[in-house]
Ligand binder design. Structure first.
Ligand code: 16G
Length: 244
C-alpha cells in the first residue's frame, strides 16, 4: 500500500494515515479480510512513531472499518449493515432487500404470565397470558441480533404451535393472525451485551450493542408486539434521512 505523509502539514499525521487507509477500503483497493501492514512496518515505512500509527489504527477500529485479531494482525472488516430508520420493516424484508439470506433460530416460544410493565405496554385486557418469543436472527448464517418479543395473546394466539425457525414473524402475524401492522415506536440505546446473548451472537463478553425497544401497533392502533433487541454494533449502523 502506497502512502504519502506530509509531516509539515497542519493535518495531524495520524489523520493522514487514517484517511488514506480509509480511502483504500472505500475504493475497494483494500478488501474485506485483507491484512493491513503491521504497526511496526508502518512506523518504519513512514518514519513515524508507533503511537501515531496506533492512533490511526484505533480510529479506524472505532469506525468499524478494521478489526484486530490478537497475535495475527489487523484486517479490513466486513462492511456494516446500514439500517434506515424511517420505515416499519421486518428483519426478513431488510435482509432480502440487501440480497442476504435471512434466518432465525427460536430459543424460546412460550406462553407466560406478563409483568405489570408488559401488561401496561401492550395494554393487555387478558392479564394472565402473553406470548414470549426469543430468537437469534441471522444474515447469511451469521448472528446479527437477539430479539425478545412479547405478543398480545388474545391477538396472536394462532402463533402457538407455529414453526418459527427461519420464518418471518410479521408474515405469520399477517397470514395466521389477521394482523395488519401499521406503525411502531422505537428507541435505540447503547448498552453492553449480557453473557447469554454474547454467546448467541458470538461476540466477546461485554461487547457494546445497540439495545432497541420497539412497540408495534396494528391498524386499529392496538399495541401487538413489544420487542427488546440486542443488535451487534460491529455489524450494524443506523441511517436517518433528514429533510428541512
Ligand atoms: C425487526 C424488528 C422486530 C420484529 C422483526 C420481525 C427491529 C429493531 N426489530 O427485527 O421488532 O419483530 O423485525 O421480523 O427492527 P421477521 O418478520 O423477519 O420475523
Amino acid at each position: 500500500m502506497n502512502m504519502n505523509i506530509d509531516k509539515n502539514s497542519a493535518i495531524p499525521v495520524y489523520y493522514q494515515i487514517r484517511e488514506q487507509i480509509k480511502e483504500n477500503i472505500l475504493k475497494g483497493i483494500l478488501q474485506t479480510n485483507d491484512t493491513l501492514p503491521s504497526e511496526r512496518e508502518l512506523c518504519e515505512q513512514l518514519k513515524i512513531s508507533r503511537m501515531t500509527v496506533k492512533q490511526a489504527m484505533d480510529s479506524l477500529m472505532n469506525e468499524g472499518l478494521v478489526s484486530k485479531k490478537k497475535g495475527v494482525g489487523t484486517f479490513v472488516s466486513v462492511p456494516k449493515i446500514a439500517q434506515p430508520l424511517t420505515k416499519l420493516t421486518s428483519f426478513t424484508d431488510d435482509m432480502l432487500r440487501r440480497g442476504m439470506k435471512p434466518g432465525s433460530r427460536t430459543i424460546t416460544l412460550s406462553v407466560e404470565k406478563p409483568s405489570e410493565d408488559i401488561i401496561n405496554t401492550l395494554q393487555l385486557i387478558n392479564k394472565d397470558k402473553v406470548i414470549y418469543v426469543k430468537r437469534l436472527r441471522l444474515a447469511d448464517g451469521e448472528p446479527m441480533a437477539v430479539e425478545t418479543t412479547y405478543l398480545s395473546y388474545d391477538i396472536c394466539y394462532p402463533l402457538i404451535g407455529e414453526q418459527l425457525d427461519n420464518q418471518s414473524l410479521y408474515n405469520i402475524l399477517r397470514e395466521k393472525c389477521n394482523v395488519t401492522l401499521s406503525s411502531a415506536t422505537q428507541t435505540i440505546e447503547v448498552s453492553t451485551c449480557n453473557s447469554d446473548n454474547c454467546k448467541l451472537l458470538e461476540i466477546h463478553a461485554n461487547s457494546p450493542i445497540f439495545f432497541i425497544k420497539r412497540i408495534t401497533f396494528d391498524n386499529n392502533n392496538n399495541p401487538v408486539e413489544y420487542v427488546e433487541s440486542a443488535y451487534r454494533s460491529d455489524r450494524y449502523k443506523f441511517e436517518i434521512e433528514l429533510n428541512i
